[in-house]
Write a protein that binds this ligand. Structure first.
Ligand SMILES: [Zn+2]
Length: 247
């Protein structure tokens, strides 16, 4: 793999010599740029050619990225071995084992997320069972992570939430009541750690200021100086699985 630097953007390209190619040409694909060259083309000639076409490459790449981003997601993604599922800001492999010895489905997190279904799970019930087991496991995982974050920042803020609840919230990531109860969207299990941290800290700061006053934001900024970047991430977030999928 070779790299070309255009200002600050680094474009990796793959060079392929072809007996059939009569002249140099460039193929832009979502994951890579391929330069096809007739045999014995000098490296310097290739580099000049790529450099001359850099704007076209960039334009094509942007168009393609846009297309990939706007591609509608399949509504139903089967929860079977080999599927990639969203988890903590990345996609993680799912492996489903059958005929487990336990009476209830078991979930383990190793390199993949491993779900073992109890013996006798019907073919028709498999996916629903995997989904239910995953949801419960996600929630438990999230609860532990949120507790750690909350513990740490509550000490700094000298304020502790009365209760933290997880639920499916359609439009919000979190909320805080005047009684000090915090509600969090359980879909936060799909976002990266820094984003989760920001949402929890945001709600914890409401224990001190139950509004979005400059004082409130000042407090947030004190705890999370780059909070604006994290808010931007949340605004651009698009779920891999449609939210309804998990309902
Ligand atoms: Zn708020």
């Amino acid at each position: 793999m070779s790299f070309l630097l255009f200002g600050k953007t680094k474009i990796p390209f793959k060079l392929r010599y072809s007996t059939k190619a009569k002249r140099l040409h460039i193929k832009v694909q979502p994951e890579r740029v391929e330069v096809v060259a007739p045999l014995k083309t000098q490296r310097s000639v290739i580099e000049t050619f790529v450099h001359q076409n850099r704007r076209w490459i960039e334009k094509k790449k942007t168009e393609l990225d846009e297309k990939v981003r706007n591609r509608p997601l399949p509504h139903v993604i089967p929860l079977i071995s080999g599927t990639k599922i969203p988890f903590r800001g990345t996609l993680i492999g799912l492996t489903v084992f059958e005929e487990g010895k336990e009476k209830t489905p078991q979930v383990r997190h190793e390199q993949d997320i491993l779900v073992t279904l109890p013996r006798g799970t019907t073919t028709a019930g498999k996916e629903a069972t995997v989904k239910k087991a995953l949801k419960a496991w996600f929630l438990e995982h999230l609860r532990i992570e949120v507790e750690k974050i909350s513990e740490h920042y509550s000490r700094i803020l000298q304020a502790r939430p009365a209760k933290i609840r997880f639920r499916r919230q359609k439009t919000r990531w979190g909320s805080c009541s005047s009684k000090g109860s915090i509600n969090l969207n359980w879909h936060l299990v799909f976002v990266p750690q820094p984003i989760l941290e920001y949402v929890v800290v945001h709600e914890l700061c409401h224990l001190r200021h139950l509004n979005h006053s400059p004082q409130f934001w000042g407090l947030v900024a004190n705890l999370i100086p780059d909070y604006k970047t994290r808010i931007r991430w949340l605004k651009e977030y698009r779920p891999v699985f449609p939210a309804e999928f998990w309902d």
